[in-house]
Design a protein around this ligand. Sequence first.
Ligand code: ADE
Length: 239
Amino acid sequence: MVNFHILTLFPEMVMQGLNTSILGRAAARGDISIEAVNIRDYTENKHGRVDDYTYGGGAGMLMQAQPVYDAYRAVVDRISQNGDGNKKTRVIYVTPQGKPFRQEMAQELSKEEELIFLCGHYEGIDERVLEEIVTDEISIGDYVLTGGELPAMVMVDAIARLVPGVLHNDESAETESFGNGLLEYPQYSRPEIWHDKQVPQVLLSGDHAKVDAWRLEQALMRTKERRPDLYEKYMDTHR
Ligand code: ADE
């Protein structure tokens, strides 16, 4: 069970994306919970503003410390009231300046009970509040998006599917790409011939040992060709 709390200026966007399909059903069952907290609800500015110009000049606006901090405090206070007051909840700021997100990080984060995600907008967030509340800065890749919502949704999805009970088939989280350090082997369904292409014979043989061997070989070939970096790493640990 992981409770996800997402601090954002666009709560509808986050909830629409995450309350659907597998994660929506997992939340309905209570295997995870997802809430989006609107940072704007916490601003003390009477016009509802949450951003201002940057000191030192330069283009763009910055999210101010006060509303971000108060939204964070509200979530933390609620978590403490629900019992788990002693443990420091991890607060993840999604930013292109963060550490690259990886499957191992998803694995590690799926063992937490509470996770707070902070989504930035405009040119970012006042550094002083980041210093006070953020425990991890994570990037989903070397490209820049308009805000932190999509990266937060990507991370929540990757983490949530590793939480016990979320995926029905326990195996599928383990045998897929990256679960074993390799890319996944190709898969086929009916019909046996489609556009003159035949399903590989070995998969029709009923010989499970042979099928497993073929799949491993395919996974190795694919990984070597497409991701030589992963292939080297795998070979280093499987010699
Ligand atoms: N915000 C904007 N771009 C991002 C990225 N690539 N990763 C995480 N957060 C971001």
